[in-house]
Ligand binder design. Structure first.
Ligand SMILES: Nc1ncnc2c1ncn2[C@@H]1O[C@H](COP(=O)(O)OP(=O)(O)OP(=O)(O)O)[C@@H](O)[C@H]1O
Ligand SMILES: [Mg+2]
Length: 191
């Protein structure tokens, strides 16, 4: 299957998930994440805010803020196809839905930070293979972000086990994540 076919297949599969299942598996994934040294040792963490049936990160973000982590969330800049990084301080009061339905910081709460600050980045995806390659929505947003991160930044894909596939077609601009966490396991690569 090519990327487009894989994207459609996994979009459809994810759409058919029951909310209870998404919630239960997400809790398990987030627990695994929070038990890692990668989490404990990170000061500044970028996390996507879950959209549709992505692995739920909302409670993680709130918890991490209470843990005194600096939390950075992405703002999708459609014109440049770049993710703008913004520090979030209060999950309940600083966000609103963008025109695409994704929660993003309201204008007055946009606090742009450099990607050089990031210790850990949580990456969403429709499908991943075990070497860390991924398929997203097809804009190349995360490929561009992963490319500009410093060497020290740890990148972790969050996915449900059914989203782990044998082989993903790779193009020259595709970037891998270092690790993938599913409800069943942590898939590790050399950093
Ligand atoms: N580093 C880059 N610089 C410029 N263009 C890029 C870069 N990375 C990807 N692109 C462009 O983005 C487009 C989409 O890439 P791809 O199909 O891999 O998306 P994706 O990885 O599924 O999306 P996303 O990262 O948004 O989840 C490609 O046509 C490619 O030309
Ligand atoms: Mg890609």
């Amino acid at each position: 299957m090519n990327k487009k076919e894989l994207r459609n297949k996994y979009l459809k599969m994810r759409k058919n998930l029951q909310y209870e299942e998404v919630e239960k598996k997400s809790k398990n994934i987030i627990q695994k994440l929070m038990d890692t040294a990668w989490y404990r040792q990170s000061n500044t963490i970028m996390s996507y805010i879950d959209f549709r049936n992505e692995v739920i990160t909302r409670s993680f973000i709130k918890h991490a803020l209470k843990d005194n982590k600096r939390i950075i969330v992405p703002i999708t800049d459609m014109s440049s196809k770049i993710l703008i990084l913004s520090e979030l301080k209060d999950f309940d009061n600083e966000l609103c839905q963008s025109s695409y339905g994704i929660l993003e910081p309201k204008k007055e709460y946009v606090r742009v930070v450099s990607c050089n600050l990031l210790d850990l980045v949580l990456v969403p995806g429709l499908a991943f293979d075990t070497s860390g390659y991924r398929i997203g929505y097809g804009g190349g947003y995360y490929d561009r972000l992963l490319q500009r991160l410093p060497q020290k930044t740890i990148t972790i894909g969050l996915a449900f086990e059914f989203q782990i596939v044998g082989n993903i077609p790779v193009e020259s601009f595709d970037r891998k994540v270092d690790f993938i966490i599913t409800e069943e396991r942590i898939i590790r690569h050399e950093h």
